[in-house]
Structures are given as structure tokens and as C-alpha cells.
Design a protein around this ligand. Sequence first.
Ligand code: SF4
Length: 389
Amino acid sequence: MNVLLRTSDLKDIHDKVAAGQRINETDALRLFQSKDLNAIGAIADIVRERKNGNRASYIVNAYINYSNYCILSCQFCAFARKKRDADGFQFSVDEIVEKARKALNIGITELHIVGGLHPSLPFSYYLDMLRALKALDPRLQLKCFTAIEILHLAWLAKKSVRETLTELKNAGLESLTGGGAEIFAKDVRTKIAKGKESAEEYLDVHRTWHQLGGRSTCTMLFGHVESVADRVDHLRLLRGLQDETHGFVGFVPLPYHPGNNDLPVDNAPSGFDCLRTVAISRIYLDNFDHITAYWVGMGMKVAQVALSYGADDIHGTIVEEHIFHMAGATSPQLQTEAQMIKAIREAGRTPVQRNTFYQPLRSSRGDEPDAATGSNGRSKILEANLATG
Ligand code: SF4
């Protein structure tokens, strides 16, 4: 046993986890109430190691926000604009394809596409976008739309959520994004995102997508007005749906950024809070294979340390991020693949490039084509690294 845990008052939780038993909500709450971060991290590391060995993954991807116009006004959101705002934007399908073409030049395997709930774009715009991107490169994995966007598109299309998702899937959608979960507790949701979908609606969109054979990620926005009990309850609902569908490929805890919005908080999440939340998520979500330390939200320095606190993934190159940066994130807009590999190696893990579904892509010379993407899984940045030794 880790020496840290011999005398820790978390020893009983350690023993449960070491024996492969599931912890309950009371245990999770005790972990959140503890200040023994190293002990919590050591327990999380048992689960990380069991599930992923020494591997830590990253993805070579790009973000595209097709528009920031939104009919809602969630209090925490610094991204959304109204049509009257000078800094609102929307891109045509051709402009999105052009952005994708440029991103393909650096070897991306995934496009991550979300936007606001646009007041007037028709449902056909979204189908055309997916089809045009697939026509550009059928190997490009399209991870698009949050649950609230899906509800908006279903309303636009005058179809059920199931029918809407089926049409999007047929047009090329491969994964839903996990955004929009925020915190599921109703009173918190009302304070931070009034008018947004309920927890039940969020979960039901993902449930339906999973039933259609789709996969998705899920998130939790933490460090604003919620209590730690609200966080545990949020995790409980995600674990419950995962027991039912096994459709989530990973969990991404998102630290709240209080800039440029209507929800100021005195204490934005600290490094301590980021690390304990990653670690407790890893321990509690025993039916999730992967936990991502999202470098955009917590900064690469904390994300790197999180690899020793339960995380096995640091997300992607991203290239151009708007949502967190408009809320005051000071992290850079992109990480190169070389920077991510270096961060992972420094943390003592073996870097593995992954695809959208967290499946490893081979990344050494002479690889066979990858079954999941049809590509050799090697980005041009990594090719350059290999070429220069
Ligand atoms: S969080 Fe999403 S739904 Fe809410 S205002 Fe911002 S863009 Fe719109």
C-alpha cells in the first residue's frame, strides 16, 4: 500500500477501490471533504493504472465554432452573442470546409464542432455541413453538437430527438460532444443556465444517441455556485446512465472560468480543486474507461500533474478555442503535438495518439493503416518529429 494511505482516514475507501469495489456517494462526499489531496490522488492512480496502464493519450484535433449567435442567455456563458452584437459571427458551409481543409494540413483526425442555438439557420445547414466535411475527407471524425443543440435542431426539423439524431448520423455525425451538462442539480442550473435543457433532457439525448449505436463524452462544469454534494449527485447520474448504455467513451471535468459573463464567483477553481475533482471522478466513475484533464480549462501545467491524479488523457491540439478564452482562460489557443508528447513524457507516461473514441492510433514508423480511421494515425506534426528524431 502507498505509504500515504497507511495512516490516512481514507484508508477504508482505498481498501474498497484496491479490491475493485464501487464507492458510494457517501464515500465520494468524504473524498471531497478531505484535504488529503495526495491520498486521494494515490487512490485515483490505482484505478487509472488498472484501466490504462502507463498510457496517456492526446488527440490531434481542431475546434470549429460555426456561430456564436444564440437564442439563450445562460448566465455563465461568455461565448453567446445576439444578432445586434458587433462581435457575433457565423460561417457558411464553404467557410467551415475551408477551415477544415487548413486543419487537415496539420494532420487532424477529428473536428470538434459546436455553436450557439442559432435563431435562423435551417436544419439543412447542419446536414450540409456534415456531408461537406465528410466529402472533404471521409476519414475525418466529426464530433459535433451538445445535447441542447440537438434539442434545438429537433425543434427546427420538427422531428423527434431520435429521428434528428438518425438524420445527423446518416449525414456523417460520429460522436456527440459532452458540453452542456454543467451541473445537473435543478436549483444550480436555474442560477447558471436558466432556460437550458434539464438534466433529464441532457441524459435522454445521450441515451438515445447511445441506443442508436453512437458514442459520446460527458462533462461537469465545476467551481461556481454548486456544492460538492451537487458534484457527487452529477457524477451519480452520469454513472447511472453509463451502467445502462455504456455509451460514454470518456469524462471531461471542466473548471469554471468567471470572466466576461453574468456569473462572477470569488474563487474560481484552484489547482487543488482541479486535481481533487479529476481524482474523485476517476475513483467514482468506475464504469468509465477514460478521464480527460482538459488543458484549455486547467492549463497545461495542472493538466500534466493531473496525469498522476487519475487522468489518462490531456485532450487535443484544438488550434482555435473560443468558449473558454472568451470567459477569460489564459491558456494558449493551441498545443502542438510535440508539446503534448513532451508534457506526457515528463509526467512519466507513455504518449499515445488517440482517435475520437479514445482508441489508440499507431504513431511509430511503418504502421499499418488504423482500422478505426482508415489512416495510419500519424499526424504531419508527428511525422516531422519522427523525421528529425
Ligand atoms: S451556454 Fe450554449 S446555450 Fe447557453 S447561452 Fe451559451 S451558447 Fe447559448
